[in-house]
Design a binder for this molecule. Structure first.
Ligand SMILES: *[C@@H]1O[C@H](CO)[C@@H](O)[C@H](O)[C@H]1NC(C)=O
Ligand SMILES: *[C@@H]1O[C@H](CO)[C@@H](O)[C@H](O)[C@H]1NC(C)=O
Ligand SMILES: *[C@@H]1O[C@H](CO)[C@@H](O)[C@H](O)[C@H]1NC(C)=O
Ligand SMILES: *[C@@H]1O[C@H](CO)[C@@H](O)[C@H](O)[C@H]1NC(C)=O
Ligand SMILES: *[C@@H]1O[C@H](CO)[C@@H](O)[C@H](O)[C@H]1NC(C)=O
Ligand SMILES: *[C@@H]1O[C@H](CO)[C@@H](O)[C@H](O)[C@H]1NC(C)=O
Ligand SMILES: *[C@@H]1O[C@H](CO)[C@@H](O)[C@H](O)[C@H]1NC(C)=O
Ligand SMILES: *[C@@H]1O[C@H](CO)[C@@H](O)[C@H](O)[C@H]1NC(C)=O
Ligand SMILES: CC(=O)N[C@H]1CO[C@H](CO)[C@@H](O)[C@@H]1O
Length: 622
């Protein structure tokens, strides 16, 4: 969230800076004379929203907030938020004279229940589009400027629960460059229940309440003196949280399944007036993509999925959790530790020998294991100026390690922090935990809405609703044991994602729609899958199984690199994705191997920038 604000404000500040710096002709069109026309709602670029625009787009400002669901005339309320003064708009970073792109904000109203025409309720989806050609000035001769691109790259960052509008703010300019040489507009939306879309699901009235709660709930199995009683506590807490969701949102949980999200994406395609869909879908977004492609095979244009899920697993009880467990410990061993030693002590603090012994991957792994397990009997203590006293627990440290496996760009930092902790200095780890773990920051003003955190659980549990469920907790206790034994890094975190499903069924009727068909429909155009060898959340095995089922309706890049999705950049992967998105051409072979350009601990600045941009999707669910 902090990251989003930084970039958002960056845009505003850049716009002010440009105003001061630009020469005369540009100043003319944003001169104070033009700026005073607030009442007429005229701008040098005309009026917004444009006539007949299904998304009601207006240039984004820092005050673009969607009209409430109970607003009797939302279009009018929205139109009145239009600020005709272009200095308040969010322009792209590029030179203001050379085809400035612009961020447009809008919304799409869709049925809450697609399966019941007599249910009048709607969801209002927040949409942010980066239009690469910028805007055309009123009265200027028609050019490409101000027009939508031939295809629009629809993006989705995953989750479930990730915000597509935030993703657009962070990444649209990079993505259009990387994936289309700047040819395509980029559109992100907040899925139903998420962030700025309405309703937005937060079952806690304030983020601080959720923080408190998570302190109790996030306890790892290894630290519990009695796993059974710890499980009973976690289960009761889940019941309380889901019950709060039902109190606050009624039957909404019946309408958030991935099948409905796929229908929303089809409505977005129609609103764009494009014959078929062009998209870049990441992580859980690939689950939306697989479902979409098989529900709407005739609408499949050029769809790239990156960080592969296999949605058949999500139909099974706990599947969303256990399907993720294959490779995070490989990433730790071969990547975090192995590449550390390859890079050497100048790049990685842990490569420094602490005794006369030569450091090997195995000896380093032993040292780390004993450091981490030492926290089982007693947490380490720390201090931060912001929070005061702090504890470094076994559970919180492993949470941090798991998060870091998502993005190899963070590894030097993690190595330094573990090395310091080993030497008895907890300053860095306390600071990292403080910034990663808590949402509420008492020094910041209270945000207008709490985060839509609980939406993710509702989607995961809706998608596995019809799986047979054991009555008692024993099966779940077994699953917890199995998952944490298989994977000490991801096992607990992934188990906590699925345990709430035990309670979901007691609180809601069946979801209005679940897609249960095959995944091998014949598509209008084949899709491109990108699946990573060391992905800590979406293992290569998932991509392979989907590819086997889809056959010639898909091709796959096996991306040899670290981290979640293809953020460990590879020119080979990018070239294949771009050729496909721009020209519709795919490799002949089912699988193509691509290798990351660089190695962890040795990234150059250019790719570090890309990495930090994508660090946004670093949440535990993604
Ligand atoms: C929006 O940005 C303007 C500066 O462009 C600032 O004066 C105003 O306070 C901001 N409004 C909000 C709600 O942040
Ligand atoms: C359809 O919606 C109507 C109006 O809200 C409601 O009364 C009815 O129960 C719904 N039917 C189903 C099958 O959900
Ligand atoms: C990504 O965007 C940032 C900020 O606009 C820019 O500095 C960087 O060069 C971009 N990277 C790519 C690969 O386009
Ligand atoms: C990922 O996990 C699978 C299944 O456990 C294993 O066969 C494969 O070797 C692992 N990949 C890597 C790169 O270690
Ligand atoms: C602990 O680490 C911090 C951060 O690197 C450093 O500023 C501090 O001096 C260290 N403390 C001691 C006692 O070495
Ligand atoms: C746990 O693992 C055991 C041994 O592989 C297996 O028999 C059992 O079905 C698993 N239980 C669950 C709930 O996954
Ligand atoms: C899809 O796979 C199923 C088996 O799972 C098979 O019966 C069906 O014929 C396949 N459909 C197509 C279009 O290949
Ligand atoms: C990847 O492409 C960039 C931009 O074209 C180039 O500068 C870089 O050298 C390439 N890297 C590799 C490893 O091919
Ligand atoms: C309305 C709302 O909740 N908006 C949030 C969407 O997500 C971004 C990034 O997390 C927040 O900054 C917004 O406040």
């Amino acid at each position: 969230m902090a990251v989003h604000h930084r970039l958002f404000w960056g845009v505003v500040i850049a716009a002010i800076f440009f105003y001061a710096a630009v020469p005369q002709p540009w100043r003319d069109l944003i001169s104070p004379l033009n700026l005073q026309n607030h009442k007429s709602k005229q701008s040098p670029y005309g009026r917004f929203p444009r006539f007949n625009d299904a998304f009601h787009f207006v240039p984004c400002t820092n005050t673009s907030v969607l009209p409430d669901l109970d607003d009797a005339n939302p279009e009018k309320s929205w139109a009145s938020t239009f600020n005709p003064n272009p200095i308040h708009w969010s322009w792209g970073y590029r030179d203001p004279f050379a085809g400035r792109g612009i961020y447009l904000c809008g919304y799409l109203d869709l049925p809450m229940d697609y399966t019941n025409a007599s249910d009048q309720r709607i969801v209002r989806l927040a949409v942010t589009k980066y239009q690469v050609s910028g805007l055309a000035r009123t009265g200027s001769p028609p050019t490409k400027s101000g027009q939508k691109s031939a295809r629009t790259l629809v993006i989705e960052p995953g989750g479930p629960g990730g915000s597509g509008t935030s993703y657009a703010w962070h990444a649209a300019e990079n993505l259009t460059q990387r994936l289309s040489f700047g040819q395509y507009d980029v559109l992100g939306w907040d899925p139903r229940g998420v962030n700025a879309s309405l309703p937005s699901v937060s079952c806690f009235p304030y983020d601080s309440e959720r923080d408190r709660w998570s302190l109790l709930g996030g306890t790892y199995r290894e630290t519990a003196s009695s796993p059974d009683s710890q499980l009973a506590i976690a289960d009761a807490m889940n019941e309380a949280v889901l019950n709060a969701c039902r109190e606050k949102y009624g039957d909404f949980a019946r309408f958030v399944s991935t099948a409905f999200v796929a229908r929303d994406m089809e409505e977005i395609r129609k609103a764009l007036r494009e014959d078929d869909l062009t998209a870049y879908l990441v992580s859980y977004g690939t689950g939306i993509g697989q479902t979409y492609a098989n529900m709407f095979p005739e609408s499949v244009g050029r769809i790239v999925m990156d960080g592969m899920e296999y949605v058949r697993d999500h139909r099974l009880l706990g599947g969303f959790g256990w399907t993720a467990l294959d490779n995070s410990t490989n990433a730790w061993h071969d990547g975090f530790l192995g590449e550390c030693l390859d890079a050497g002590p100048d790049q990685c603090a842990l490569a420094q020998a602490k005794s006369k012994e030569v450091v090997s991957v195995d000896s380093l792994e032993k040292r780390m294991t004993s450091l981490i397990s030492s926290l089982l009997s007693r947490p380490a203590v720390g201090y931060t100026a912001l929070a005061g006293p702090s504890l470094i627990t076994y559970s919180s440290l492993i949470d941090l390690i798991y998060m870091s496996m998502y993005n190899a760009f963070t590894w030097p930092e993690l190595a330094q922090l573990l090395s310091d902790l080993e030497d008895g200095n907890s300053t860095l780890v306390a600071k990292a935990l403080e910034s990663k773990r808590w949402t509420y920051n008492p020094t910041h003003p209270l945000p207008p809405h709490p985060l839509s955190e609980e939406l993710g659980i509702l989607v995961i549990c809706a998608d596995s609703y019809d799986a047979p469920q054991p009555e008692n907790l024993d099966w779940w206790g077994d699953l917890w044991h199995n998952m944490t034994t298989q994977n000490w890094i991801a096992g607990n975190s992934r188990f906590f994602d699925v345990l709430p499903c035990r309670q979901f069924k007691n609180l809601w009727e069946a979801p209005a729609e679940l897609y249960r068909g095959d995944l091998n429909h014949t598509l209008k155009h084949p899709v491109l899958l990108i699946s990573e060898t060391y992905d800590p959340a979406t293992p290569l095995r998932n991509g392979r199984r989907l590819l086997a089922e889809m056959g010639r309706n898909a091709r796959m890049v096996v991306h040899h690199g670290y981290g979640h999705s293809s953020r460990d950049s590879s020119n080979c992967t990018d070239d294949i994705a771009r050729t496909y998105l721009l020209h519709g051409r795919l490799p002949e072979e089912q699988e193509t191997n691509c290798y990351a350009n660089e190695k962890p601990y040795r990234y150059k600045l250019s790719s570090s920038m890309l990495q930090s941009i994508s660090m946004y999707s670093n949440g535990a669910l993604f």
